[in-house]
Design a protein. Structure first.
Length: 492
């Protein structure tokens, strides 16, 4: 019996392949119906949820010849090349050495030009381009090259190192081809996507793949913890390019890859379009940085031990660890020990996911937050607000000491957000550094909190400036960086 069944299947298969393509596309009315259903994976609607299009293998010749070309024609003109150049002052290796400077007069060397190449996406016909921050970092000049070969100068409107995003404005009055930003929340693992960019500078290139994961954290490249992961080939030069869904919408900005060789191994990451849209809106409103909504609370990851202690079935959510007084979180009734599990109906698995959810809520709107408290889920309404600026004063340190060229300020919630520090922290922080300054040369960074200088505890920016501009030969200071305490003693 099994032999006869196998023979009949082979007979029907040979007969089906001998039919012309138009005959294979006729409605199911013939003896070939069982074979078609077999090749398509069973009954036509078996197991498919109501209202969903069933996924199946291609059957006819026309289906096999389907192409991504229409999507590429639609989006590719909006994907541009970004050329960034930086002038770097060249220095002799003997400059700064007291012995050689005593006997030799070193001439001023001409500056060198360092160039970087990346990709970008036009998201508005007026010439607004989104790219990665690391593509234009410290660039003195940024040029945009369109897919048709035209080149334009551009200005940087906004840049955010934490999100690794930058918004540029092309200098031109004409209407530019623009892509549409889609809803990245609609993406699911397994969805088809295209990556368009300029890898290795070879020219505009399109690769295809699927969404491998969502809500990925990418330590070491960005402190933003909500990336789309894809296996579409992304290589150096693709940074800032478009990740496109099957509707021709940009659902992500390609940002980084995981690789041991420098080339693609099928693990690429993109910033979701929903956060890109919020950043672009900030640039349109005249902001030179992306202002994150302020709720006035700090969060931590829920570990398995914490989940067990709270009676949770699994470790998920964001644990509330600290709440600022008179903050939106305090007014809404959020308490330390609560676990945030959802925002506006979207689940929250990690503190990074919570940060992403809140960042997509416009400032002034109210976020509906679900929290777990004493084993029960409670709904709270938290209004997101502008972070308090404090006095907003930044003092630049002069003199010849190791802090010369640094700008210091009181650590307000607004400044803490910009420097990616806990919003409930206090102290005097380095807000900015002049390029090639003494402060930059000794390794200080924006975000370093100065706790002590030459034996005195630092309380205010004025005190810090007075101490740092004194004439001293030996310097002792203590700074806090990424939760670590660093003590230094040096002769300067």
């Amino acid at each position: 019996m099994k032999v006869i069944t196998s023979f009949l299947r082979l007979f029907f298969l040979l007969g089906a392949l001998s039919l012309p393509a138009h005959a294979q596309d006729r409605p199911a009315e013939s003896l070939l119906d069982p074979l078609k259903q077999l090749l398509r994976g069973g009954e036509e609607n078996a197991g498919a949820p109501a209202g969903e299009t069933q996924r199946r293998v291609p059957f006819s010749q026309q289906e096999i010849q389907l192409s991504f070309a229409p999507l590429v024609r639609q989006v590719a003109p909006a994907v541009v090349n970004v050329y960034a150049s930086t002038r770097v002052q060249a220095r002799s290796p003997f400059m700064g050495d007291p012995f050689f400077e005593r006997f030799f007069d070193f001439p001023q060397m001409p500056p060198r030009v360092q160039s970087s190449l990346g990709s970008g996406v036009l998201v508005d016909p007026s010439g607004i381009v989104v790219t990665n921050y690391h593509v234009i970092r410290q660039a003195d000049e940024v040029k945009i090259a369109l897919a048709d070969g035209r080149e334009f100068e551009s200005n940087v409107l906004l840049k955010d190192e934490g999100l690794d995003l930058a918004v540029l404005k092309v200098e031109g009055s004409e209407a530019f081809p623009a892509a549409t930003l889609g809803d990245s929340e609609a993406l699911e693992v397994g969805d088809l996507v295209l990556a368009i960019g300029n890898p290795f500078g070879v020219g505009q290139t399109t690769t295809s793949g699927i969404v491998s994961a969502v809500a990925r954290s990418l330590g070491g490249v960005s402190d933003f913890g909500y990336f789309i992961q894809t296996d579409a080939a992304i290589n150096p030069g693709n940074s800032g390019g478009a990740l496109v869904n099957m509707a021709g919408e940009v659902v992500g900005i390609n940002t980084a890859i995981y690789s041991r060789s420098g080339g693609s191994i099928g693990i690429g990451f993109a910033v979701p379009a929903n956060i890109v849209r919020a950043v672009v809106d900030s640039a349109r409103n005249g902001k030179d940085f992306f202002e994150r909504p302020y709720v006035g609370a700090s969060f931590d990851r829920v570990t398995p031990n914490i989940a067990e202690a709270l009676g949770m079935p699994r470790p998920a959510g964001a644990l509330v660890t600290n709440i600022a007084s008179a903050s939106p979180a305090a007014r809404a009734g959020l308490e330390s020990g609560d676990v945030v599990v959802a925002v506006n109906g979207r689940s929250v698995e990690t503190p990074e996911a919570l940060e992403y959810r809140l960042a997509t809520v416009p400032i002034g709107d109210t976020a509906q937050v679900e929290v777990l408290r004493n084993g029960e889920e409670i709904g709270l309404s938290i209004q997101v607000e502008h972070a308090p600026e404090g006095d907003g004063q930044q003092l630049e340190i002069g003199g010849t000491g190791p802090f010369a060229g640094a700008k210091v300020a009181e650590l307000s919630p607004a400044l803490a957000q910009r420097l990616r520090l806990p919003v409930t922290g206090k102290g005097v922080v380095i807000a900015d550094l002049a390029r090639n300054s003494p402060a930059a040369s000794i390794g200080l960074r924006p975000g370093d909190i100065v706790r002590e200088l030459n034996g005195e505890e630092i309380a205010t920016p004025d005190q810090m400036k007075a101490l740092a501009e004194t004439d001293a030969r030996w310097w002792r200071f203590t700074i806090e960086r990424d939760g670590r305490t660093i003590r230094q003693t040096m002769r300067f």
